[in-house]
Design a protein around this ligand. Structure first.
Ligand SMILES: [Zn+2]
Ligand SMILES: [Zn+2]
Length: 141
């Protein structure tokens, strides 16, 4: 068994996960869908290869919205992860669900076209109008 490099979970501890690889993606997202799903003005995600991830404890409860399935803890409600069927093979965890969020520094902003006007993050990172990852058929929004 490969040692877990990274761990995380919800705030009540019912959902736990491990990743035995480094993330391939760490980013902020300013889109309205993330905003509604999390309640926060800005979201941040850590993307791992799905094959590197293992869940334990309670399975997170999924909510499907088109091609995107977001999952959360059914007990405490913490958003945990999303999957996008157009980006098969990856799982995108909420940065705040990681046990050591300080070790995942975002490298870009996505969906700045939907950024709230009073959010100012002058960090010099690349800013994408929409998705930072090309979907096979760009039909999303
Ligand atoms: Zn929980
Ligand atoms: Zn988003």
């Amino acid at each position: 068994m490969t040692a877990a490099l990274h761990t995380g979970g919800c705030r009540c501890g019912a959902v736990r996960f491990t990743a035995h690889a480094e993330p391939h993606h760490v980013s902020y997202c300013h889109c309205g869908d993330c905003r509604q799903a999390t309640g926060a003005p800005v979201s941040a995600f850590v993307g791992f290869a799905a094959e590197a991830v293992a869940f334990s404890g309670e399975p997170p409860k999924p909510f499907e919205n088109g091609p995107v399935t977001r999952s959360f803890c059914a007990t405490c409600g913490s958003p945990i992860v999303y999957a996008d069927e157009r980006l098969a093979g990856s799982l995108w965890f909420m940065l705040g669900a990681m046990d050591r969020p300080e070790t995942f520094e975002p490298t870009l902003h996505a969906y700045v076209s939907e950024q709230l006007p009073y959010v100012h993050m002058p960090d010099g990172l690349p800013r994408h109008e929409r998705s930072s990852v090309t979907r096979p058929a760009e039909t999303y929004r």
